[in-house]
Ligand binder design. Sequence first.
Ligand code: ADP
Length: 187
Amino acid sequence: MTTNFLDGRVIVAVGDITEQDTHAIVNAANSTLLGGGGVDDAIHGKGGRAIYDECLKIRQTVYPGGLPTGKAVITPGGDLKARFVIHTVGPVYGMNGGRDAELLADCYFNSLALAAEKNLRSVAFPSISTGAFHYPKHEAARISSRAINDFLDLDDIVSEVRLVFFSESDARMFLKHQNFIAGPKTA
Ligand code: ADP
């Protein structure tokens, strides 16, 4: 099952983020940038040393205190099919003084802005913050879709945003609660 939105610029799919052949994949990282569980562990595990080494360099230079929530940085993709990994830190739900939604939207917007800046035309996202960080999936659907919509309205570089859900039920939950301006087209 794939469903498209915004004239095919957004594709909703079920799969494994580490297997995506987009120009970049997004990592649901934590602020250390040095590994964690879930998506982070899978990406570092499959991508190998090149990703870790660049993350370490970022920590030693631009972000010695860790990557702040909502911000994004880019590294090579190492052994992954994707040539680049964009690392972003989602909000831990309920721990941000009422700014959870704003910070989750920042993750999507800033990751896409970084992709466009590097001229990367296709980007795959996992469902940021909805695992270990406990963001309710229906709320995350509404916020992420609107942030992607807002970005694509302003941009003409990124031609494919692939939203990759780990299970069919997560994809269905997203489709039920998404808030794209244009309606879905199912193929
Ligand atoms: P966070 O810490 O931001 O919550 P997680 O990695 O714990 O990030 O989970 C984010 C989402 O990604 C969850 O919905 C989880 O089910 C999903 N997920 C976990 N592993 C993968 C994978 N290999 N590919 C795609 N999605 C995944």
